[in-house]
Design a protein around this ligand. Structure first.
Ligand SMILES: Cc1cc2nc3c(=O)[nH]c(=O)nc-3n(C[C@H](O)[C@H](O)[C@H](O)COP(=O)(O)OP(=O)(O)OC[C@H]3O[C@@H](n4cnc5c(N)ncnc54)[C@H](O)[C@@H]3O)c2cc1C
Length: 289
């Protein structure tokens, strides 16, 4: 197996174009597992670690740009207040070792429906910046990024450069069910993001379909019924209807981690709870203001 070691990002893009059979590797927490279990043997590995550009967290046009090589531990440390759902999701990934190496870029690259970053990215309407040597960069809205099980919208000569998010305009929550508290793939997961400016709410469902999913009808329900001008606790009916619509949007299967029915039930509970927490935060902030 060839090991391609670019000097910088431009070099990496050139190598990507020359060697579409090369597998990019960032933290290696997915790639090395595949190699160790002999699940695939790419002709070459393209090491992205020398590309220092990928390790930056920047701000432009009021948005946060997280380089594809930024590990979870830095998202937790630097962005906990500004991107709460992504930071909460990052805290649940693997173990300290995995959070030190693993990246959101790698989660996007693998595009596993069980990846913990995806629900938070969907709920917050992230945009993925990808780049090729031949055509430069393009921005892919997160809804168009996940194509099928472990397939994303990247062309063969493209690499993920960064992910863009607006600093949270309102409360956000991520929740995950696993067979134990750490070091497990999610049985299912959910994120909600409230936007008091546009009076909308975003959602993201993980591990309950061929791709990460958005619960559109649940979002429509909130757009119509959240009492933004009268911030009182939410009624039980709205919470339950929201949970039911989130469960309906999921397309889970039965597998070793859980049944489809259990996943739908767990999603409805997580949806209700996370919305309740987010709304309580919003009303508390309103009262304090
Ligand atoms: C013990 C253990 C526990 C784990 N727990 C969790 C967990 O709780 N939640 C969770 O979501 N994940 C978990 N994972 C999986 C893994 O840590 C995450 O998916 C992580 O985000 C991968 O990031 P990475 O940088 O290590 O990716 P890598 O392994 O380097 O790459 C992953 C994929 O992305 C591609 N890729 C990487 N960078 C780019 C790029 N810039 N452009 C294009 N393609 C790219 C690679 O080719 C590969 O297909 C766990 C893994 C292990 C080993």
């Amino acid at each position: 197996m060839d090991f391609l070691h670019p000097e910088n990002w431009a070099d990496a893009l050139a190598l990507r174009a020359e060697r579409p059979d090369a597998k990019p590797i960032q933290g290696g927490t997915d790639v090395m597992v595949e190699l160790n279990f002999d699940r695939g043997r790419p002709a070459a590995l393209l090491d992205l670690n020398p590309c220092r550009e990928l390790f930056e967290i920047e701000e432009a046009d009021g948005r946060i740009r997280i380089g594809a090589g930024v590990p979870y531990v830095r998202i937790i440390r630097k962005l906990g207040n500004r991107l709460p759902a992504l930071a909460q999701a990052s805290r649940t990934v693997g173990s300290p070792q995995i959070r030190n190496r693993g990246t959101v870029g790698g989660n996007l690259g693998g595009a596993s429906p069980a990846g913990d970053a995806h629900p938070a990215l969907l709920a917050a309407n992230a945009v993925v910046e990808v780049e090729s040597a031949a055509r430069g960069s393009r921005m892919i809205p997160i809804d168009d990024f996940y194509v099928w099980v472990k397939k994303n919208a990247l062309e063969a000569d493209e690499l993920i450069r960064a992910v863009w998010l607006e600093p949270a305009p309102g409360p956000q929550y991520f929740s995950k069910v696993g067979t134990r508290n750490a070091m497990v793939i999610a049985v299912c997961s959910f994120a909600v993001a409230l936007d008091p400016v546009t009076r909308t709410a975003g959602t993201g469902i993980g591990s309950a379909g061929p791709t990460p999913l958005r619960a559109r009808e649940a979002q429509d329900l909130l757009a119509e019924h959240l009492p933004w001008d009268n911030p009182v606790p939410l009624g039980e009916k709205l919470l339950r209807d929201f949970g039911a619509l989130v469960a309906e949007a999921a397309k889970p299967i039965d597998d070793v981690r859980g049944t489809a029915d259990y996943r739908k039930h767990a999603l409805s509970v997580m949806a209700r709870r996370t919305l309740g927490w987010a709304w309580n935060d919003f009303t508390a902030e309103r009262r304090a203001a």
